[in-house]
Design a protein around this ligand. Structure first.
Ligand SMILES: Nc1c(N[C@@H]2O[C@H](COP(=O)(O)O)[C@@H](O)[C@H]2O)[nH]c(=O)[nH]c1=O
Length: 615
């Protein structure tokens, strides 16, 4: 889990522990609708008076999509005590009503401070409530941005867990997939005969029923249907019952099965296009929904379920399908119930089939997102005091042991901005958490003209002060590596770069010459190359009015050169680059914006009016 390392306006707040505890309370509250309604964005709100240890005066949680927002409930519960109080929310308020109900409730009630666990993961809502509240004069502290500490980070993670489904949906456009299996101590999910009831205890199985109640769909394979004739229902007495999904290419399925009884609970059978059409007709006659896929695989099935708006999926399948789902990268979290039993059986099935791994070093490690959670039987998760700060915890449920963890960490949707910290130093108007980010790379992409490869000739003085026109920034930049070199051949290379047919060729000649004749490169190159680039950019964005206005039009945005391999000028694949090109363009933009007339770029009369270029 990476929470951005830079500290933005970090206000030391002696009430970190208090803030963290109320935020964790909001997270636990937000989870209370689990199993009662279909998975949805989980919001909890706690309103506490300020001063000393504070006193909780109102609480609320969103019961289901489209019902009264948690914030409105908490304000109503707190009444007059809202005035001057602090509101704690596990996630930035959304606005599914389109009326800003949550934000206006805080403002009208006189709340003065709002503490927010995580920003809203959905792009179209992200940052909106925070900005509105701040504009209205409320103090808004976002955990991990405005207040940071280990305690705070712990509270952030509790907010990530309760909205993991929405975070995965927002970051990866997939449902949150949990693989659950019960196995004996010797790693079997059934006897050789296929008999499997029961491996885990009644207590463990009621935990599984709760997991189903938290899901939009439960998926099994054909073999599970044939062997177990499962019902796959929560049977908790709650209201929410997930869709049951059977994945079967062959449709080699029994005509009599609990899953074909859809009076209470729907069932989908996902199959290969054209499989056993007579059986498809039989299923349809029972009211079972048959969905055909060109090539039935977990990835396409979850993509289909994503389109149906499913947030959470529980995979209760056998080894072959588990392996296929893991290989497809579909599984995010694993719950393994280990029962203190030994069944043996050379051919008894194991929880995960063939993954094609031949060395133990290839084993997939569960990710430790370090959350102190103890899972109680009622399915609620409550921060624990004593448990080690590890999510890969081992929790005793009856005689069994539950080992849980993530194969893919919860995305924390902190923007991936290269050189996060330096950004605000370049342009104080930018907030890495709020400013839009413009990624530019190839010349044919939007903002492609920001690329050094764009075909904009520039004209700059050489070391003798004579102006030379260069076909583009790349030609100029590559040639400068050898400018002023005492080596008699340097001139020839500079000329070859200057006349290169295109920026790729110019870059190739420049890099090859630098590699093969390092002593020809000017001695101060490493310390000068950023300045050389800045000169070229300043020229380029001064002499073309449309480029000047394009650059100015990005005011307030963070510019990232999205080259995945150039980690000096680019941002890298995951923000590990230095993004110097993006940073120089933001610096130049600030200069243009902040400039008085002296530096205002001259608008050329259609040709390169060199005498007005300020270098
Ligand atoms: N045997 C076994 C499990 N089996 C799983 O539960 C399914 C049966 O669900 P239902 O018909 O709704 O009770 C079965 O098809 C298989 O997916 N699960 C567990 O937690 N522990 C166990 O020991």
């Amino acid at each position: 889990m990476t929470i951005a390392t830079s500290i933005i306006n970090c206000n030391y707040n002696p009430h970190h522990a208090l803030d963290a505890s109320y935020i964790k309370r909001a997270a636990v509250l937000s989870d209370k609708s689990a199993c009662l309604t279909s998975p949805h964005p989980n919001f909890g709100c706690v309103i506490a008076t300020t001063g000393g240890a504070g006193k909780v005066v109102g609480e609320g949680y969103l019961y289901a999509q489209g019902t009264t927002p948690a914030e409105v409930q908490a304000v109503e519960a707190a009444g007059e005590y809202c005035r001057g109080a602090t509101a704690y929310v596990n996630m930035e308020p959304g606005d599914c009503h389109g009326d800003y109900a949550a934000v206006s409730a805080f403002i009208k009630a006189g709340i003065t401070r709002v503490v927010i666990g995580i920003r809203h993961p959905l792009q179209h809502l992200r940052g909106k409530a925070i900005q509105t509240l701040r504009t209205e004069g409320l103090q808004v502290d976002v955990l991990g941005e405005d207040i940071r500490s280990n305690t705070i980070e712990d509270a952030v993670k509790s907010c990530l867990v309760v909205n993991a489904p929405l975070l995965y949906r927002s970051a990866y456009r997939v449902p949150f997939s949990v693989l659950k299996y019960a196995m004996t101590l010797d790693g079997k999910i059934a006897a050789t005969s296929g008999h499997s009831s029961w491996i885990s205890s009644k207590k463990s199985r009621s935990r599984v029923l709760e997991l189903r109640g938290r899901s939009d769909a439960v998926i099994v394979g054909g073999n599970t249907v044939r062997q177990d004739n499962p019902r796959l229902t929560p049977r908790l007495g709650g209201e929410h019952v997930p869709m049951r999904v059977v994945m079967s290419r062959s449709l080699d399925l029994p005509e009599v099965a609990n899953l074909w009884d859809v009076r209470e609970v729907p069932t989908i059978v996902a199959t290969q296009r054209g499989a056993r059409s007579s059986f498809q007709k039989f299923l349809a006659s029972k009211g079972v929904e048959v969905v055909e896929f060109d090539f039935l695989n977990p990835k396409d099935v979850v993509s289909y379920l994503y389109d149906r708006g499913y947030l959470s999926i529980l995979w209760e399948c056998g080894g072959p399908l588990s392996a296929s789902a893991i290989s497809d990268g579909v599984i995010h979290k694993v719950h393994a119930f280990v029962a203190p039993k030994i069944i043996g059986g050379k051919n008894a099935p194991s929880p995960v089939g063939e993954l094609g791994m031949v060395e133990m070093t290839q084993a997939l490690e569960l990710n430790d997102v370090g959350i102190k959670w103890t899972i109680f039987l009622n399915g609620l998760v409550t921060p624990s005091k004593s448990k080690p700060n590890k999510l890969n915890y081992i929790v005793h449920i009856g005689p069994d042991v539950l080992i849980s963890g993530y194969l893919q960490p919860i995305p924390d949707s902190t923007p991936v901005i290269p050189s996060f910290g330096e950004t605000s130093a370049i342009d104080s108007s930018l907030s890495p958490y709020e400013s839009p980010i413009i990624f530019f790379y190839k010349t044919w992409d939007p903002y492609g003209s920001f690329s050094n490869f764009s075909p904009h000739p520039i004209r700059l003085p050489d070391e003798n002060g004579d102006y030379v026109t260069w076909p583009c920034v790349v030609h100029y930049y590559q040639a400068q590596k050898f400018a002023g070199s005492s080596n008699p051949n340097a001139k020839g290379y500079i000329e070859a770069i200057h006349s290169a047919k295109g920026p790729e060729e110019a870059a190739r000649i420049g890099r090859r010459t630098q590699r093969e004749h390092p002593n020809m490169v000017r001695t101060d190159w490493e310390s000068m190359k950023i300045e050389v680039m800045y000169k070229a950019l300043k020229c380029k964005f001064s002499i073309y009015p449309h480029l000047t206005s394009m650059l100015l039009s990005t005011s307030g945005c963070i510019l990232v050169h999205a080259s995945p391999h150039d980690l000096f000028w680019g941002g890298g694949r995951n923000g590990e680059g230095l993004n110097h090109l993006g940073r120089l363009l933001m610096k130049l933009r600030s200069e243009f914006i902040g400039d008085d007339d002296k530096h205002k770029p001259e608008v050329s009369t259609g040709y390169l009016n060199y005498n007005h270029i300020y270098i």
